[in-house]
Design a protein around this ligand. Structure first.
Ligand SMILES: NC(=O)c1ccc[n+]([C@@H]2O[C@H](COP(=O)([O-])OP(=O)(O)OC[C@H]3O[C@@H](n4cnc5c(N)ncnc54)[C@H](OP(=O)(O)O)[C@@H]3O)[C@@H](O)[C@H]2O)c1
Length: 327
């Protein structure tokens, strides 16, 4: 098979496209003929070596890629419920890798069928994993209920952009996004179902008297602390990432009890392996929301040979949607 290999931790130029032996699925695993693999910030962090001491994550040389779409090539022992040739997409489980390759071996439990969904594979891999994450974060963690109001930071980012559609699907009464000033025009021009997108730098003034029941924060830093001031009583803030890169940021804990607020964390990659029964309902909700046109994420497709360029662009925050590699 052909694969883009991270040869050592470091800059995007560590990628090499190589021929490797075809992998064979072990028990509980599936081999997929990959047509498309999504590139996310998590792939960048792992390549940089940020998680090099964390158990279960790959070390060079390795093939990155947590999320793939393609067709089932072979079933490992004990795998049921899939047929050879069936179109599928994977959600991301801990330690999942191997996606930037013409054949990927994945956990069958983390895989969802696309038969009859009417979603092409590039769209599926760009949108289903993040929309499924949004569904799980909103329903299982934030306990979102119809009529509630949502604020989403990183409104146009790969993960952030899945939330407005999923919140609408779940009956949100208002959805406001934030973006950096440089990205505001693009965010406002997108077809994502935001009522409004405001500059994160001006959050408090821009939202005025409006208050939010759920805040979704994949960005962190000052925006995270500012958000406490625009939450409704009994509001929940969902911490889902740290795209702003301020890894040492802390929150003023007294603001929580004083304001009747909750701060919750969610990482799909660590949740799904222990809750495999949630893969199917989350994928189904994602496909329904996508089918209703609610998760129309801007997707750019690059060839596998441009894996380094894809990483460069995700790393410098210039994507405004998702980059997907075509095999
Ligand atoms: N919890 C989970 O299960 C899960 C799943 C997937 C990803 N993640 C995490 O979520 C985060 C985002 O991942 P992604 O793949 O969506 O990345 P992405 O597509 O690159 O999006 C990042 C977003 O963050 C914003 N941003 C970047 N740097 C910023 C800064 N310095 N200040 C303010 N905003 C900034 C960008 O904003 P603008 O549009 O305003 O320029 C962009 O919208 C990462 O930390 C990733 O690890 C978590």
């Amino acid at each position: 098979m052909r694969a883009a290999v991270v040869t050592r931790f470091g800059e995007p130029d560590v990628f090499e496209v190589r021929e490797l032996p075809d992998p064979v699925p072990g028990p509980g695993r599936l081999a997929i003929d990959v047509t498309h693999a999504a590139v996310g910030l998590i792939d960048v962090y792992v390549r940089q070596g940020l998680y090099k001491d964390r158990a279960g994550l790959p070390r060079p040389p390795y093939v990155p890629g947590l999320e793939v779409a393609g067709t089932v090539r072979a079933l490992g022992e004990g795998v049921e419920g899939f047929r050879i040739g069936e179109p599928v997409v994977t959600l991301s489980g801990t330690g999942a890798d191997g996606g930037y390759a013409s054949i990927a071996v994945v956990d069958a439990a983390m895989t969802a069928g696309l038969d009859g969904a009417g979603v092409d594979p590039a769209t599926a891999v760009a949108a289903v994993p993040n929309a499924a994450t949004a569904y799980l974060a909103l329903t299982e963690v934030a306990r979102f209920t119809p009529g509630e109001r949502l604020l989403v930071h990183g409104a146009l980012g790969g993960l952030g952009s899945a939330f407005p559609g999923m919140a609408r699907y779940l009956g949100a009464s208002a959805v406001v996004g934030t973006a950096r000033r440089a990205s505001l025009d693009a965010a406002r021009a997108s077809s994502l179902p935001y009522d409004e997108v405001v500059a994160g730098e001006d959050l408090i003034e821009a939202v005025g008297e409006r208050r939010f029941d759920v805040v979704v924060d994949p960005v962190g830093g000052r925006l995270r602390t500012d958000s406490l001031q625009v939450m409704a009583p009994m509001g929940r803030m969902l911490l889902v990432g740290n795209a702003g890169g301020d890894w040492g940021h802390t929150l003023p804990s007294n603001a929580l009890w004083g304001g009747n607020l909750a701060v919750l964390g969610f990482a799909a990659g660590f949740y799904l392996p222990t809750h495999p029964e949630m893969v199917r309902p989350a994928a189904q909700a994602a496909l329904k929301a996508i089918g209703q046109g609610l998760v129309d994420i801007r997707t750019e497709v690059l060839p596998l040979t441009q894996a380094a360029e894809a990483h460069r662009r995700v790393e410098n925050g210039s994507v405004g949607g998702r980059i997907v590699l075509a095999l």
